[in-house]
Design a protein around this ligand. Structure first.
Ligand SMILES: Nc1ncnc2c1ncn2[C@@H]1O[C@H](COP(=O)(O)OP(=O)(O)OP(=O)(O)O)[C@@H](O)[C@H]1O
Ligand SMILES: [Mg+2]
Length: 532
């Protein structure tokens, strides 16, 4: 039988003492349980971010608070029940826990002192932000430099192409004159020796070589943007369909042709015959890139090249374009060669296989037409060449074929020929005489004007665009027509300067015979010029 008395008896059961004990113990116990719960909840939520040591300390302290809370509840119990054994046991557990926590805190103190304060954290954060700002501005600067570098590379490339163009144009111009003489004379020669079996193959050989030379010269002139263009509103879809039809037998079975034509493709303001040549050149390149077969895709689409695109591609004027794209699944072009492919005579084909003028022609034609050209290629996957051609807003679409040219070759009118190159002049005079006309010849504008002021009958002035003597062909023609109203004019030129061609286009109503030409072309154009 226990002789222990409850704690209340010690207080002589005085109600105020008992209740002060009960209420204050209960409140302390509640506060301790709440602390234990809050610490436990905090560690549970932040356990991933906390070091193990701190986690253990928090859990230890939460347990300690809970045990303290229990001991406070026991104090209330002891007021009425003398369960001093339980109280002693609880205190026995609490004591080592408290000692362990105190030791732990002591050990952790140096590390806790090293933990950054709120102010330190704020400073570190501000420094980090500053560094990030520096980094961002440095990155922006690097990007800007890269853009400037890219633009400079573009400018350098454009200047290079311009310089090559001028050189090419000059050479091609002279070659044209020479070829005009050869292609024309060989016809006369072939006619004269048609009974000499031994000489006929030779004339054929010369003729073929001259034709090849003329072809190359045309490409060179096209690259140099000095080809007289006759732009008109052209249905690009019809052109692509025509070219695809032409290509099918050339490309053969292993190459599949697919057309993806926009039904609403706007007409393009270009010279259709040149576009046809350009598409053929691109398709032939595609064929050569797919020796084991593949797919050739021809595509048309209306596109808008906006200010942003123009900012990245300096030569582009923002606006509406019709895009014609030629893609293949061939061997592609290495990145290092992409810049070079438009240059004349750049070829990777074997000697005799490629002249390196195909893409140059396409490039010159597109640029001269105020368009834009872009080539994309990935080695081993294929190539796409995109031509952006200016849309022909408000210009009616004209049929592709030439109309209104007369077929008759002969006449008896009188023609004044103005040509500075003696070789070409003699050749032209001979040709024109053969057609039955009477001829007068001058080597420069001053001589020509003297003849015009003279008594001779003149029905047609046939003049080169670029002539010496103080006037160009265009000025001479204006002066001549003033002095002899009703005089007809026919121009000829290897390449055309501003006098006759405004930005590479013919003035309306101007008749031009591009060099080199066949005598049949000359005869036809003379009749056209003299037509009533
Ligand atoms: N579709 C393509 N796929 C792979 N390489 C191409 C393609 N188009 C052009 N190239 C490369 O660009 C070079 C130049 O092409 P370009 O058409 O100007 O000349 P070419 O085809 O070599 O000769 P040419 O067209 O005068 O007969 C080619 O030799 C080739 O290396
Ligand atoms: Mg080619």
């Amino acid at each position: 039988m226990s002789t222990l008395i409850p704690h209340g008896a010690c207080l002589e059961w005085q109600p105020e003492l008992v209740w002060i004990n009960v209420v204050s113990d209960a409140m302390v116990a509640l506060a301790l349980f709440a602390t234990a719960f809050l610490l436990g909840y905090f560690v549970w939520r932040r356990q991933r971010d906390m070091q193990l040591m701190f986690r253990a300390a928090f859990w230890g302290y939460a347990t300690f608070a809970a045990l303290c809370g229990i001991s406070r509840l026991l104090s209330i119990l002891l007021l009425w029940a003398p369960a001093y054994g339980i109280e002693a046991a609880t205190k026995g557990v609490l004591a080592p826990v408290a000692a362990a926590i105190a030791t732990g805190l002591l050990l952790m103190l140096p590390r806790m002192l090293m933990m950054p304060t709120h102010v330190q954290l704020q400073r570190a954060y501000a420094a980090l932000e500053e560094e990030m700002r520096h980094r961002r501005s440095a990155e922006a600067m690097v990007k800007r430099f890269q853009e400037i570098e890219a633009t400079e590379a573009q400018v350098r490339q454009a200047q290079r192409m311009e310089a090559i163009g001028q050189l090419t144009g000059g050479v091609a111009h002279d070659f044209n004159n020479i070829l005009t003489v050869i292609t024309g004379s060989i016809e006369i020669l072939a006619d004269a020796v048609k009974h000499r079996r031994d000489l006929v193959p030779i004339t054929e050989l010369i003729s073929a070589a001259a034709a090849r030379g003329a072809d190359l010269t045309q490409h060179l002139l096209a690259f140099a943007r000095r080809q007289p263009l006759q732009p008109r509103a052209t249905d690009v879809n019809a052109m692509v369909i025509d070219v695809a039809r032409l290509l099918r037998p050339t490309l053969g079975e292993p190459i599949e042709i697919e057309s993806m034509l926009a039904h609403d493709a706007a007409p393009a303001l270009i010279d259709p015959s040149q576009l046809s040549t350009a598409l053929l050149n691109l398709a032939l390149n595609a064929r050569d890139a797919m020796p084991n077969g593949g797919k050739l895709t021809l595509e048309t689409k209306n596109v808008v090249l906006d200010e942003n695109y123009a900012a990245m591609n300096r030569e582009v004027k923002p606006g509406d374009y019709v895009m014609v794209a030629v893609s293949d699944t061939g061997h592609g072009i290495p990145q290092s060669l992409l810049e070079k492919v438009f240059e004349p005579f750049f070829t990777t084909k074997q000697v005799g296989k490629g002249s390196g003028l195909g893409l140059s022609m396409v490039y010159g034609f597109v640029k001269q037409s105020n368009g834009h050209i872009k080539i994309y290629s990935e080695e081993g996957h294929g190539t796409t060449v995109k031509l952006y051609l200016p849309q022909a807003a408000g210009v009616p679409v004209a049929p592709v074929a030439e109309t209104g040219l007369l077929r008759g070759e002969h006449g008896d009118e009188s023609i004044l020929i103005v040509e500075d190159d003696a070789l070409v002049r003699d050749y032209v005079v001979t040709q024109i005489k053969r057609f039955g006309y009477r001829t007068l010849a001058a080597s420069n504008s001053a001589e020509a004007l003297a003849i015009i002021d003279g008594p001779e009958r003149i029905d047609l002035l046939y003049t080169d665009v670029i002539i010496p003597g103080g006037m160009n062909g265009r000025q001479l023609a204006i002066e001549a027509v003033k002095r002899r109203p009703g005089l007809r004019v026919l121009y000829t030129s290897g390449y055309t300067e501003n006098a006759i061609v405004h930005h590479g286009r013919l003035d309306p109503g101007v008749l031009l015979l591009p060099k080199p030409y066949l005598s049949a072309d000359l005869a036809r154009m003379i009749r056209t010029a003299l037509a009533p």
